[in-house]
Design a protein around this ligand. Structure first.
Ligand code: PAF
Length: 264
């Protein structure tokens, strides 16, 4: 695996598949890299902790950094190029921010104002520099993936399923900061409870009821949405998804699950 600190040094031949990350790689990222290999023999992984998407300076400072482990994982998973851009390469001058529009202001955007503008701005810049043909994003960050898909770009966006640990906890770089990982399992239980219900109202109730049963969990939102527009789902919607965000012992977690089997 070739390691480069600026895009020119990458010297990627032909169409590449791209996996942008902020590091602290885990099995979820490995699955994105493996997915990328289905599209191209040249897979570029970037690690760049983007200050623009952190509205909370403390969160940025505490974001886990595991460079040696990341290099090993990316290489084992099949990355051919690891790109570690500097702040100057990504933001050489005054930053022209991309607006995420109204979808950027709801759900994740409510508690994290400007977050999605920061995500779209960096993804657009990473695309400009790496020039991939495909880019892979995890469904775990469903609102992020939806916004990136709606961004104007020549890059084909590929979604990849959420990877969970054996207990169902969705893998996330934040999980290492969980002092009580068992309490976080309530999110998966709530999603499963919703997926077993026949109507949207009972799915929402089952999901919120399950979440309320865990004292260590503080709810941010739990909703059944129409996944194409993020409006509250109605019974006739084709693609519904349960989305949850909340706090477990000071760590903010998000998760989601398609409701195509249940909540019909
Ligand atoms: O999902 C992430 O890790 C980040 O939001 C991304 C897409 C790499 C942009 O910084």
């Amino acid at each position: 695996m070739k390691i480069a600190v600026n895009a020119k040094e990458l010297k990627v031949d032909g169409a590449c598949a791209f996996v942008p990350t902020m590091g602290a790689l885990h099995a979820g990222h490995a699955s994105l890299i493996k997915k990328a290999r289905e599209y191209s023999d040249t897979v570029v992984v970037s690690i760049f902790i983007n200050p623009l998407q952190f509205e909370n300076k403390d969160d940025l400072a505490k974001y886990p950094r595991t460079p040696e482990f990341d290099i090993e994982l990316a290489s084992q998973a099949g990355a051919t190029h690891l790109w570690l851009p500097t702040l100057d390469e990504i933001y050489p001058g005054e930053v022209q921010k991309i607006s995420a529009g109204v979808l950027g202001d709801i759900y994740e955007g409510v508690k994290r104002p400007g977050h999605f503008d920061g995500v779209l701005t960096v993804v657009n810049r990473l695309f400009e520099l790496a020039k991939p043909k495909w880019a892979i994003f995890g469904e775990k960050d469903f609102q992020q993936m939806t916004l990136i898909k709606s961004m104007k770009s020549d890059v084909e966006i590929i979604g990849a399923p959420t990877i969970r640990d054996t207990d169902g906890l969705a893998l996330s770089s934040r999980n290492v900061r969980l002092s009580d990982p068992k309490a976080a399992l309530v999110i998966y239980r709530a999603l499963l409870a919703a997926s077993k219900e026949k109507s949207i109202d009972s799915a929402r109730e089952a999901m919120r009821g399950a979440l309320a049963s865990e004292a260590a969990f503080t709810l941010d939102y739990a909703e059944i949405i129409n996944e194409s527009n993020f409006e509250k789902a109605v019974q006739s919607d084709e693609s519904k998804r349960a989305i949850i965000a909340g706090w477990v012992n000071g760590i903010r977690l998000i998760d989601n699950m398609p409701m195509n089997g249940g909540a019909q």
